[in-house]
Design a protein around this ligand. Structure first.
Ligand code: T5A
Ligand code: NA
Length: 210
């Protein structure tokens, strides 16, 4: 990629088992096959020391106050910001499985205040696009391994979905909503076409913050 052209920050969001990992993998493979530098990432990033605490929490082996785990999820994003910024400016497109909006959605679904939840996300790199994979939580429960982690309960996921809907309406300028129930290949084709339009557009735009 030529000097001064940055990569795009692309985020996948949605409830548990909505297909984020499947779609983000397909998108990275497609971009690479076209010679576009692309890197996959996901949050929580479970390998750091903060990430290991988050993992213990999610697998139910550790209990933490709602506010404490919320701030740890946010800190886990902050600890990767410099590296992400550097990669984007070098021309890599980052395809990220979950970001700040999962932080806001899951914690507000527990009853924490929406604005309080959003506050620690302010200042993180703003995505160029959020691909929101939306489906009624009831439709997702028959997908693989549903129900093993802490948040995988239909009633809770319905509350999470409502917050994602609110975020999608608030941040409509860069959110793209998709029906997550459609076949994997059709969904991928739609996502690929939006991404191909997006990359040249953002390449010369400065990075912004949430
Ligand atoms: N969390 C996360 C917070 O509370 N705060 C935060 O700040 C952050 C970042 C872990 C949990 O942490 C919470 C949210 C989560 O509860 P995670 O590790 O991303 O987050 O875990 P999950 O969202 O559960 O990720 P999954 O990998 O389980 O779900 P995906 O990635 O959405 O779904 P995927 O692609 O793995 O697909 C699930 C199954 O469905 C099939 C797949 O083959 C697979 O079996 N599938 C489809 N089936 C039919 N049609 C399609 N279109 C399909 N697409 C995929
Ligand atoms: Na995932």
């Amino acid at each position: 990629m030529s000097a001064g052209k940055r990569g795009a920050l692309i985020i996948f969001e949605g409830c548990d088992r909505s297909g984020k990992t499947t779609q983000s993998r397909l998108l990275v493979e497609l971009l690479k096959s076209k010679g576009i530098p692309a890197l996959p990432m996901n949050f929580p990033e479970r390998s750091s020391s903060i990430g290991q605490v988050i993992n213990s929490y999610l697998t139910n082996s550790k209990d933490l106050k709602d506010e404490v785990i919320h701030l740890m999820f946010s800190a886990n994003r902050w600890e990767h910001m410099n590296q992400m910024k550097q990669k984007l400016l070098e021309g890599h497109t980052l395809v990220v499985d979950r970001y700040s909006f999962s932080g806001v959605a899951y914690s507000s679904a527990k009853g924490l205040d929406f604005d309080w939840c959003y506050a620690p996300e302010r200042g993180l790199i703003k995505p160029d696009a959020v691909f929101y994979l939306r489906a009624p939580p009831n439709d997702l429960t028959n997908r693989g391994q549903y129900g093993e982690e802490r948040y995988e309960k239909v009633e809770f996921q319905s509350r999470v979905a409502k917050v994602f809907d609110r975020l999608c309406a608030n941040e409509a300028s860069y959110w793209h909503q998709f029906d997550a129930s459609q076949p994997v290949d059709e969904l991928h084709a739609r996502i690929a076409s939006i991404t191909e339009e997006l990359l040249p557009t953002v390449a010369t735009q400065p990075l912004d913050t949430l």
